[in-house]
Design a protein around this ligand. Structure first.
Ligand SMILES: *[C@@H]1O[C@H](CO)[C@@H](O)[C@H](O)[C@H]1NC(C)=O
Ligand SMILES: [Cu+2]
Length: 229
C-alpha cells in the first residue's frame, strides 16, 4: 500500500513539473530570509535541477559559485539546516558538503579539491523499493562536526531526484550554497576532499539507477565518504 502511494505521488509530481529550491539557512532555531545567506543562482525561479554532473553548475547551481551573499555566524557542533521550497517532491538522497574559504566566504568560488561531505541520509529499503526520509520535507537538517576548524565556509546542500535516473543525465540535483562563519570549533582535518565538478560521474551507481524496474535493494551514495570529525 505504501509503495503504491509513493508511486502515485511521484507521477503527480512529474506531471506538475514539481521542482524545488533550497533558499534559506536555519540556525539557532531561526529561519533566515530567502537568499539572505544562500547564494541566489541564475534561473532560481524555475526551481529547476542541475542534470550535467560534469558542468560547473553542479558546484553551487547556475552562476552560484561567483554569486555572493551575507555570511551567517554558526557554532561547530550545532545542528543547522536549510529550507526546501515548496518541499522535496522527488525521491532521492540528501547530502551536505562544506568547503573552507581561504579568506572570506563571500569571495570564495569553491574551486579545486576543497569539498568534504558532512552529512548524508539513509533510505529505508522495503519490498516496494527505496524510501528516503526527505520525501515531502520542507527542511533539511544536519550537524556541523564539533572538531570543524573555525573559519568561513561554503555549505552546499544537495538533494538528487532519481525518478527518471534510469538513463544517463536523468538524475536531478537540486543544489544551493550558503555562506557560514564557524566558531567554537576544533582542530579536525576534514577529508577526503573532492572537487565540483569532479566528484561525480554520470554513470555513478547512485546517479544512474532505476528506482522502479528492477526495484533496488540497496543504494550507493555518490561522492566521498562522510567526514565525521
Ligand atoms: C566570525 O565569527 C567570529 C567569532 O564569533 C567573529 O569574531 C568574526 O568577526 C566573524 N566574522 C565575520 C565575517 O562575521
Ligand atoms: Cu521536479
Amino acid at each position: 500500500m505504501k509503495s503504491s502511494l509513493v508511486l502515485a505521488s511521484t507521477s503527480l509530481a512529474v506531471t506538475a513539473s514539481a521542482h524545488y529550491v533550497f533558499p534559506a539557512l536555519i540556525a539557532g532555531g531561526t529561519t533566515t530570509g530567502d537568499w539572505e545567506y544562500v547564494r541566489q543562482w541564475t534561473g532560481y525561479l524555475s526551481n529547476g535541477p542541475v542534470t550535467d554532473v560534469t558542468s560547473i553548475d553542479i558546484r553551487c547551481n547556475v552562476d552560484g559559485s561567483t554569486a555572493s551573499v551575507e555570511t551567517l555566524d554558526v557554532t561547530a557542533g550545532d545542528t543547522i539546516g536549510m529550507t526546501a521550497a515548496p518541499s522535496i517532491y522527488h525521491p532521492g538522497p540528501v547530502m551536505v558538503y562544506l568547503a573552507q574559504a581561504p579568506g572570506k566566504a563571500a569571495e570564495f568560488d569553491g574551486d579545486g579539491e576543497v569539498w568534504f561531505k558532512i552529512y548524508q541520509d539513509k533510505p529505508e529499503v522495503g519490498s516496494g523499493g527505496l524510501t528516503w526520509p526527505s520525501n515531502g520535507a520542507s527542511t533539511v537538517e544536519f550537524t556541523l562536526p564539533a572538531s570543524l576548524p573555525d573559519g568561513e565556509y561554503l555549505v552546499r546542500v544537495e538533494q538528487i531526484g532519481l525518478h527518471v535516473a534510469y538513463e544517463e543525465g536523468g538524475s536531478q540535483s537540486y543544489i544551493s550554497c550558503g555562506q557560514i562563519n564557524v566558531s567554537g570549533g576544533g582542530s579536525g582535518s576534514p577529508s577526503p576532499l573532492v572537487a565540483f565538478p569532479g566528484a561525480y560521474s554520470p554513470d555513478d551507481p547512485g546517479l544512474l539507477i532505476s528506482l522502479y524496474d528492477p526495484i533496488p535493494t540497496s543504494y550507493t551514495y555518490p561522492g566521498p565518504e562522510v567526514w565525521s570529525g
